[in-house]
Design a protein around this ligand. Structure first.
Ligand code: COI
Length: 351
């Protein structure tokens, strides 16, 4: 693989104050698609893309992305978490968006080279990681509405801390019952950029009212809970830990799936099923809504302390992180950061 090293290396940020997605490493991986095939991936200095005004991604949004994380221990051992699942999901997203499939094995080994090159950028404090952002966009210069014939696949890396500025403090989410993020038959389960653009107004409405993010309901009846702006959602109702079933309009989250696997292995009653917002309200009213939390690569396991709905706030678990949320946070970050053995086979060492 061709590697062109940057002549000037950037100054690294203070790893104790990273926030999310603000700093980018010195290099990136790029692979281009034209004439029906992908070229070899290359590692090049992190830089802007030259782009013609008629480049079709700017007009018709053929664009998908992923989020994964790499970790490093004190001996310099670098690991990634469930990266194969990211590439499978990305190829599924590509299919939905009429974009070409890529060879995950080729991209994975190129990513490992990039991670080794950028090893100094991997933060090691608890709660930090090197965020891996693969993305693919249409790159043909043409205005007709059809699938592009040219694409760019790229991976950039960003040292990150907590996704939310308030860290592990419980988030406040607002049920959005007018706007819609996704619907059956649409692109909701693909990780395409348009889904996130579509969610911004709901997020801004929530922010204006003092909440962190919107909780989306289904697009047909505005009745069933789907997901939050940047995470999947779980509720603990009585002795059941429940997350909305993947009906086609919900992102099949990798942290979501990991939580379900941990819960089942450790003897919790974990279900994937449709859950209406009225069921959540009823559980709150009768005292059986014990916990609520979001899951995502960026968000990790984020406790939800307040659910706003129809002008009222439901305060969950006294606004504090609950026991099952804390168990999952500890277990999943513990496996990622080697506090616990990798009992599920989720971690790959790359050096
Ligand atoms: C992730 O959790 O990695 C995501 O892609 C969510 C978000 C930051 C858009």
């Amino acid at each position: 693989m061709k590697i062109t090293k940057s002549k000037v290396l950037k100054q690294k940020p203070d790893f104790s104050k990273l926030g999310f997605g603000k700093y980018f490493t010195d290099h990136m991986l790029v692979m281009e698609y034209e004439n029906g095939a992908w070229n070899e991936p290359e590692i090049v200095p992190y830089a802007s893309f030259p782009m013609a005004p008629a480049t079709n991604v700017l007009h018709y949004a053929q664009s998908i992305f992923e989020g994964a994380k790499a970790y490093k221990n004190d001996e310099g051992k670098i690991t990634v978490f469930r990266i194969d699942d990211n590439f499978v999901r990305m190829n599924n997203s590509a299919k939905r968006m009429c974009m070409p499939q890529f060879d995950a094995a080729v991209v994975k080994s190129a990513l490992f080279e990039l991670l080794k090159l950028e090893s100094e950028w991997i933060p090691t404090r608890p709660g930090t990681a090197l965020y891996i952002r693969p993305f693919m966009f249409a790159n043909e210069e043409v205005l007709g509405v059809h699938a592009s014939k040219k694409y760019v696949f790229c991976i950039i890396l960003s040292p990150v801390g907590s996704y939310y500025a308030h860290g592990l403090e419980p988030t406040k989410i607002l049920v959005e019952d007018e706007l819609v993020r996704a619907f059956i038959g649409g692109t909701g389960e693909a990780k395409c950029s348009g889904n996130y653009a579509c969610s911004l107004l709901g997020g801004e409405k929530a922010n204006a009212l003092g909440y962190d993010q919107a909780l989306w309901l289904d697009g047909k009846e505005h009745k069933y809970v789907e997901e939050v702006g940047s995470m999947n959602i779980f509720f603990v109702i009585g002795d059941e830990v429940v997350t909305p079933q993947l009906v086609g309009s919900i992102l099949p989250g990798i942290t979501r799936k990991s939580c379900l696997e941990v819960l089942k292995k450790y003897g919790y009653k974990a279900s994937e099923r449709r859950i209406s917002i009225e069921e959540v309200v009823k559980a709150y009213e009768d005292g059986t809504l014990k916990e609520c939390f979001g899951t995502g690569t960026a968000a990790v396991i984020s406790p939800v302390g307040v659910i706003g709905y129809k002008g009222k706030d439901m305060i969950v678990n006294g606004g504090k992180m609950g026991e099952i949320t804390a168990f999952l946070y500890d277990k999943i970050t513990g496996i990622q950061q080697e506090k616990y053995a990798d009992e599920f086979g989720w971690v790959t060492q790359i050096n």
